[in-house]
Design a protein around this ligand. Structure first.
Ligand code: P6P
Length: 340
């Protein structure tokens, strides 16, 4: 008898994963399902952003000095809410909040994890209907259970992440998450309101033909970056090209495309912003974790992103991430800087 192909929902998948982890309590699975629930709620609002009064600035300015759009605040509240009322998370840190939040209730204080997220990255694109996204990283707390989470829980190296993921609100809505066991992608099926496994075991192609960078800052980049961009532009059929330049201005969309198709994304430091624009804790660390599990690489130009010891919640870092062969070519150009 010919049954329909089994569709695995996010819930079923996370529960299935428990079979491979002895002594698993299911707290991480529950946390990931909570994130999926918040993502579905944000998706509803993103999909009708042009119809209701949630476009435009909320009038407030976030810790980055950026105008906060109403959808930013809505998304921040959704992710904070599901995690606070869940049973797995002791506290959160968010791009939209100056400080971390320790939930400080008996269940949360006995929870195993903390979560750091950018609730709606690329929000400058909301008003022009370009893909935006949510980015998150999950850490096992280092402070003792039974008390509220503390600062050191939120300033761990990216290597300490137990899971990381993103949601891209694009032509379809996808949730992609990684644990050390692998990277899996789930596409939201609106007919059943469930994220369903659509991209099992994602691997980042070792090479690609797409480079993503803001050319408007070209003359502010370090010499090795400018040289590598020049190399990309001169690629032809004999040297693995020709390459194409794709830059959406929404990190989730750019990095997601490169993860699937192969490519390199760069947000280097500039004269104006020597540390670049992207935040280490809730933009770069999650994507670095995901990309490394998928076989790619991520550095700040000198060090592995995941090895950076954070000192501030909202610190920025230059970011180079993508296919391993392309990253190796970039690193070769950076290594030649200052040498004749
Ligand atoms: P620029 C969006 O504001 C964001 O944080 C990332 O999603 C994106 O990659 C980057 O900034 C774009 O910045 O300076 O090139 O417009």
């Amino acid at each position: 008898m010919n049954f329909n192909r089994k569709i695995l929902t996010l819930d079923e998948f996370t529960i299935q994963q428990l079979r491979h982890i002895p002594h698993a309590t299911g707290e991480l699975s529950t946390l990931l399902r909570d994130i999926g629930l918040a993502a579905k709620r944000v998706n509803v609002e993103v999909n009708k952003a042009g119809l209701v009064d949630i476009l435009g600035d909320a009038g407030s300015v976030n810790v980055q000095g950026e105008d906060v759009k109403k959808l930013d605040l809505f998304a921040n509240d959704q992710f904070t809410g599901v995690l606070q009322h869940g049973v797995s998370c002791a506290g959160i840190a968010s791009e939209e909040l100056d400080e971390y939040v320790a939930f400080d209730d008996p269940i949360s204080n006995n929870s195993k994890y903390v979560c750091l997220f950018d609730p709606l990255d690329g929000s400058g694109n909301i008003d022009v209907n370009v893909s935006i996204g949510t980015i998150f990283g999950v850490y096992r707390r280092v402070s003792p259970k039974g008390q509220k989470a503390s600062k050191e829980d939120f300033l761990q190296k990216g290597t300490q992440q137990v899971a990381a993921g993103y949601i891209v609100y694009g032509s379809s809505t996808m949730l992609v998450y990684a644990t050390r066991r692998g990277v899996n992608g789930f596409t939201l099926d609106p007919s059943i309101g469930e994220f369903t496994l659509s991209h099992p075991d994602i691997k980042c192609p070792p090479s690609g033909k797409i480079y993503s960078v803001n050319h408007g800052n070209f003359f502010q980049y370090r010499e090795g970056v400018k040289k590598y961009i020049d190399v990309c532009q001169k690629k032809d059929k004999t040297t693995g090209g020709p390459y194409t330049q794709r830059y959406i201005g929404s990190m989730v969309a750019d990095v997601h495309r490169n993860l699937i198709k192969g490519g390199i994304f760069m947000y280097p430091g500039t004269i104006d912003k020597p540390k670049g624009k992207l935040r280490l804790m809730y933009e770069c660390n999650p994507f670095a974790f995901i990309t490394e599990v998928a076989g790619g690489k991520a550095t700040d130009g000198e060090r592995r992103i995941l090895d950076i010891q954070p000192t501030e919640l909202h610190q920025r870092t230059p970011m180079f991430i993508g296919s391993s062969d392309m990253m190796a070519e970039l690193e070769a150009e950076l290594g030649r800087e200052g040498k004749v």
